[in-house]
Every structure is written in C-alpha cells, then in structure tokens.
Design a protein around this ligand. Structure first.
Ligand SMILES: C[S@@+](CC[C@H](N)C(=O)[O-])C[C@H]1O[C@@H](n2cnc3c(N)ncnc32)[C@H](O)[C@@H]1O
Length: 540
C-alpha cells in the first residue's frame, strides 16, 4: 500500500464562537510541549486577556507548522529555554558526561529520572502502595510546586489561518490594548480550506513585550531581580560558572583520582562555603612546621620482596610489624584479593600496605588506600546538614574510597579550635589510651583550609562508612597514619556517604540501653541524620 498504512484521525474541532476570526488573541505564554508518535511537536499556549472556557481552562495545543510567525518565534524561544534547562540539569548530574554524549542518551537519562520521580510520587500519594488505586494526577499537580502540567487529553488540532503581516503590524502598534478585528489574509493561510472556514484564528500576539511564559520565565524578564540572581538564567549561568571553575580548579589537584563534582537540588547555593584560599588536597598531609616529617623514619620502613603481587601475608616482608592475624593467629593482610577491606583490623591496629621500597607492582592487592580513587564523588547539598558527599555508582562493602587529608597539626593546636571550625578536625588517636595525658607526639588532621571531599562527609548514627588507620609511607609508631574511608555495607548509587563522628558514643548508648536514656552531652548538638536509631545528638 503506498504511503502511510494509517494516519491519525482528525481531532474534534473546538468551537471558539462566531467572533473567533475577528478578535485578536493575546498570548500569555507557552506552558507545555508534547511530541506525538510521529515526532510532531505541539505547544500548549496559554491565552491572555481573561479568555477562559466554561470549564476554566485557557490553553490550546498548537502545531509549530500551523502557527503564525510570532507564535513560532515564541515556540523557538521556549525550545531554547527548555534546552538550556535540560543542559543545566545534565551538567549538574555527575553520571551524565555532556561532552560527546549523544542526545538520545541524555534523553534516556531524563527518562530514568522521571520514572524514579514517578515511583517516589507514588509512595507519597499511595500511602498503602496499592497500585490498583488510580493516581490522582490532578491533586498531585496542585500539591507539587513547580511541576509542569502534563498535556491535557483533548487537543485542538488542525490548521490555523493567520493574518500574519497585518497582525504583526497590529502587535507593534500602540493602542492595541483591546480586541480589534483581525484580517485573515488568504495568502498567509497554511492549512486546509475546511479549517479556514471553521477554525478559530490565533493571530499574532498584539503586545511587543509578551506577558511572561508561565512555566518558563524569559531570562531577560523584569522578574529576574525580584527572584534573586541565582533563580534567573543569568544567575544560573553564574552559578554554573562558579561550579565549573571550582571543579576545574580541583581537577588539577586530583593526582590521578576520578573527578569531584558539585550538585545542588535543594537551593541556589552554588558551591559549598569554603575558607578563602582553601586548597584541595586529594592525598597526603600538609605538615605544620612543628610536626616531624615521615621522611625521618623512611629508613625504618620494612619492605617486601614479593614478585608482582603479594599473596601470602606470612611471606610478605612488609607485614612483619603487623599485628593483624586471623582466628588461628596466622598473619593476614587487611584486604581481600579483590582489594576490598576485610574488616579484620582490631582497634589500636593500623593496616600496613606495601611501600615504595617493596618489589611488588602497583596493582598488588596490598596497595589499596594509596592508589588514586577510582570512583567519582559528588559533593551535594543535603536538606539538613549542609553539603555532603555521595557517589554516583554502587559501592561494594569493603571498598576503600579515600583518605582524610588536611593540615597535620599537633594536638595542642587542634585543641585551640572551637565550634564549626573544630568539626573539620580528626584526631589521630588510634594508639592513645584513655589515661594518656601527654600531648607530645599526638597529632590531628585539620581539613578546614586544606582537604578533599572527605571533609564533607556528614555524621550519621547509622553510617555506611567507617574510618580505619592505614600506613604505607611511615611506621605505625610515628602516630601519623592515614585515615581511610571504607564502605561497611553495599551502598546504592547516590546514597549519602556518612560516618559516625563519635563511634565511642554508639558503644556508650548501647551499654546504657534499658537503664536510662542518655542525655545530650555538653557541647553536643542536635543530630539531624534522620536514621531510625538516631542518638538524637552528635559531637561535632
Ligand atoms: C565535617 S563537616 C561536614 C560537612 C558540612 N556538612 C559542610 O557543609 O561543610 C561537619 C559539620 O556538618 C554538619 N553536620 C554533619 N552531620 C550532621 C548531623 N548528623 N546533624 C547535624 N549537623 C551535621 C555540622 O554543621 C558539622 O559541624
């Protein structure tokens, strides 16, 4: 059969009244867009000047090809705005690599997001989760601010006859505030004569400056200043620039690690607040002048002579000083053969990795925390705890994600810091006893002015990461281990990564259970981790 096997039947025509041809219609804005199975775009046009159907609606769906030139320009502008929005959203999503990514992949990503959003809304609107209950999308739209309207079921289809030039002239002419007869020039008609006879005419908007498009304010609209700089397109551009420039700056400091990105779906804060001159430090410490260098103990490092990869901890020379053993007392590595942490390390012990003097190669399974991070980290704005960290991909239990970095300072100095500033300090107290009062040779890591993504890891009373001490370029006795952030369970993509800031408190609470409820200790603050077993407070 030549041509299309079938074509859509024409939609019923809407009766706009006998004066439809004569009156001039004002466009209030473009508020929606749909694409049908044939790739035909339609735009939902909201009409102004108080026109409404008896049911209160005041939009129609218009085909690009049938519309007057002025309307087409609005469609084009709408298209550009939507594209800018899509790109901005994509830029914020760490899992979408913009560069070189074909359009359809961006689209697929959006589809996945929408599906996920739909599932979440179902949770909200179907509390019993009963899928047989129809979802009241109308109620959803009322309750969910900012949600774009889905296309209404009835479309006004077909051709429109336009008095293009004359309407255009009218639209720019002063004193065109009231409806005036529109002339319908046959030469400008683009559709069937049937339509010309019966359809309502939508001539060009008569105002040179359009009223705002409802769901997509024009970037150059007057509303910009009222909404605050970041809500506008130019504000978003600035935000995007600051974000990109910080990502770029930090990307030069990654020392081979995967990128660190920023995302904020909560408010319009561009990047996390950081002290001026903050230095990103993916690996290692910046030692304060009064802190001894690890180079001083380089001669004391024990190395191994294993070939290629270290397989047997008994044979591996650098494990000589390690106390880590299995149940039968046999020395073992801190990692599985796949390079995952095996959680055998006891309190007071460090994992000892192979070092520069060892003969094994870089892919030895006993070199884990020292290798560059291989997963992207996203620093994102949380709802209640400032900025946090998450990873766009799933993480297996035992995955070592990175080390806490910063300025290595003596404890005396660390103790001088108070308040929020103090919350970026990690004490290296692995070998310290409770009655250990001598502050000499006690160190802390200050991530306030130097640090990496781990400084953004928030506290949770049910964390998914734990911190373990690891050494490779120093001996355990120097009290300057690195602190490795390790996944304690399988972590789904985009889950906030958290640690317990005060693991001892967890033990105390556990012990006091049933006796009395623990009071909030002095200096602790209200915990906002939101976990089911939240202690209610956190020492930061
Ligand atoms: C090491 S910083 C973590 C990163 C921080 N959210 C930011 O935006 O830079 C610790 C600070 O985060 C906040 N914080 C982290 N976890 C929290 C929690 N569970 N409840 C309340 N505040 C928390 C507190 O302000 C704390 O001083």
């Amino acid at each position: 059969m030549p041509g299309r096997p079938y074509s859509p039947s024409p939609s019923p025509e809407e009766d706009f009244g006998p004066e439809a041809y004569e009156q001039e219609w004002t466009v209030a804005g473009i508020v929606g867009e749909s694409v049908d199975g044939f790739g035909q775009h339609r735009y939902e046009v909201k009409w102004g000047d108080g026109w409404r159907r008896p049911d209160g609606t005041n939009t129609t769906w218009e085909k690009d090809a049938d519309a007057a030139e002025g309307l087409q320009q609005l469609f084009a502008r709408w298209g550009r705005q939507q594209e800018a929005k899509r790109m901005e959203k994509a830029q914020k999503s760490p899992e979408i690599e913009i560069g070189g990514m074909p359009h359809h992949m961006l689209h697929e990503q959006r589809t996945i997001e929408l599906a996920r959003g739909y599932e979440e809304l179902k949770q909200v609107y179907l509390p019993n989760g009963d899928p047989r209950q129809p979802i009241d999308f109308g109620a959803m739209r009322k309750k969910v601010p900012g949600r774009p309207s889905p296309p209404p079921p009835a479309h006004v289809q077909g051709a429109r006859e336009q008095a293009q030039q004359e309407a255009s002239e009218r639209s720019n002419s002063p004193g065109s505030g009231s409806r005036t007869p529109a002339s319908s020039s046959p030469s400008l008609s683009r559709s069937s004569s049937l339509a010309r006879e019966h359809r309502a005419v939508r001539p060009l908007p008569r105002r040179a400056v359009m009223r705002r498009a409802i769901s997509s304010p024009a970037p150059d609209s007057e509303e910009e200043s009222e909404r605050g700089p970041s809500r506008t397109a130019s504000g978003q551009q600035r935000q995007f620039k600051r974000r990109k420039s910080l990502e770029l700056k930090w990307s030069g400091k990654l020392q081979g690690a995967a990128p660190v990105k920023f995302a904020n779906e909560i408010n319009y804060e561009e990047v996390p607040p950081l002290v001026e001159n903050f230095e990103y430090l993916e690996r290692g410490y910046v030692r304060a002048e009064d802190v001894p260098s690890n180079a001083e103990v380089a001669d004391c490092l024990v190395s191994c002579e294993c070939e290629d990869r270290c397989i047997d901890a008994l044979e591996c020379g650098c494990q000589g000083p390690s106390e880590l053993a299995d149940e039968s007392g046999q020395r073992i590595f801190a990692y599985t053969r796949k390079g995952l942490f095996n959680f055998e390390l006891l309190p007071g012990m460090e994992a000892i990795e192979c070092n520069d003097a060892c003969s094994c190669d870089v892919i030895c399974p006993n070199r884990v925390a020292q290798r560059p991070r291989d997963v992207v980290i996203e620093i994102f704005r949380t709802r209640k705890c400032g900025w946090g960290a998450r990873c766009p991909v799933a993480l297996p239990r035992g995955k070592v994600l990175g080390i806490y970095t910063g300025r290595l300072i003596r404890r005396e100095e660390a103790d001088t810091h108070q308040g929020e500033r103090k919350s970026y300090i990690f004490d290296l107290d692995i070998r310290e006893g409770a009655e250990d009062e001598d502050e000499a040779d006690k160190y802390s890591v200050d991530g306030y002015a130097h640090g990496n993504w781990t400084r953004f890891v928030n506290h949770s009373c049910e964390p998914n990461l734990r911190v373990y001490p690891v050494v490779w370029d120093t001996i355990p006795e120097l009290n300057q281990p690195y602190l490795a952030f390790v996944a304690t369970r399988n972590i789904p993509p985009r889950t906030e990564l958290t640690i317990d800031y005060d693991p001892k408190a967890a033990e105390e609470v556990e012990q006091s259970k049933g006796k009395h409820r623990q009071k909030t200790p002095e200096g602790a603050r209200h915990c906002m981790c939101g976990s089911a077993n939240c202690r209610g407070w956190v020492r930061v």
